[in-house]
Unconditional design. Structure first.
Length: 310
């Protein structure tokens, strides 16, 4: 009976892990498609209008899904969600404006650098030093950024500067999300952060006097609904559920694949030209992300051994 229970528990854990893996892979695919969808919507909408549509729709959907939990919202969850909402809005603002001035593939790969930045934020705040893998991963990613983005004058374009700034914003979002997830209900503060981001986006849209939202046609409305419901509300909700079943390392690697899918969708849907230089730069960035997270080789008393979380 004892062995039978152990087998059942192991099977249950394996099913949970498989659900988490497949779920986060789906999230990465959806987020990858979001870069292209946003790029197409920016042909008719301003970045501020797109942000307002995106977060307002997502907030409404999540409020409907989590209405009962919100009825019992406590102060701590509200504060956590508000902090994350402000960071989320700022990060997406830089990302959306960056997309206005660069390609979806550039935007996607430079955004993925946030995975490299997180350990350095932890080091600065908690004094937990970054290991050699973090430094090597950062070196590979910085090399990739240089190959991908630097011009012949060794300067970054305006769009790429915005993209890298958004990567720092998302890194802080990942850091605080991890801290809050250990204390509060994840689904609740995900919903609160969307509400806060929606309110901020509407506020700045009104202040700016932007009226591009009036230019929405039927195709754009479909795109906005896709961005708001699928790419934002559904993907963030699914991410929060799946990360409960996986380790941070595995989650970070799978979610960084959004950059790969973003590049694939850019080529397939909007016929973005992929030069050898772009390909090499993207490979370096993605290698840096994966290397810093997997820590493939670890020194032990017995020599070098392979480490894996699976």
């Amino acid at each position: 009976m004892f062995d039978f229970e152990i087998i059942n528990n192991n099977e249950f854990k394996m099913k949970d892990k498989n659900f988490g893996l497949l779920g986060l892979l789906l999230v990465a695919i959806i987020w990858g498609s979001g870069f292209v969808a946003s790029d197409l919507l920016l042909l008719s909408l301003s970045p501020l209008a797109l942000l307002a549509c995106r977060f307002t729709i997502a907030a409404i959907v999540l409020i409907i899904i989590n209405f009962r939990k919100l009825m019992f919202l406590n102060k701590e969850n509200a504060i956590a969600g508000t902090i994350l909402g402000v960071i989320l809005y700022i990060s997406f603002s830089f990302q959306t404006f960056g997309l206005k001035y660069s390609s979806p593939s550039h935007n996607a790969f430079l955004t993925s650098v946030n995975v490299i930045i997180v350990p350095f934020i932890v080091w600065g705040i908690t004094k937990i030093r970054v290991d050699i893998y973090g430094f090597l991963g950062a070196f590979l990613s910085i090399t990739g950024i240089g190959i991908l983005s630097l011009t012949h004058n060794f300067t970054l374009s305006y769009g790429d500067i915005l993209n890298l700034t958004c990567a720092f914003g998302f890194a802080f979002h990942v850091f605080f999300s991890g801290k809050f997830a250990k204390k509060y209900d994840t689904v609740t503060f995900v919903t609160i952060q969307m509400i806060v981001a929606a309110l901020l986006s509407i506020l700045f849209l009104i202040i700016s006097g932007d009226t591009s939202i009036k230019l929405l046609d039927s195709k754009s409305i479909i795109g906005v609904l896709y961005i708001g419901i699928i790419v934002t509300a559904f993907a963030f909700f699914l991410q929060s559920k799946c990360q409960e079943k996986l380790g941070d390392t595995t989650s970070a690697i799978i979610m960084s694949m959004e950059s790969v899918f973003g590049a694939i969708f850019s080529v397939l849907i909007i016929n973005e030209n992929y030069t050898p230089r772009m390909l090499v730069g993207c490979i370096f960035i993605l290698s840096g992300v994966i290397f810093s997270q997997t820590k493939p080789f670890s020194l032990s008393k017995k020599g070098i051994k392979i480490q894996t979380e699976f």
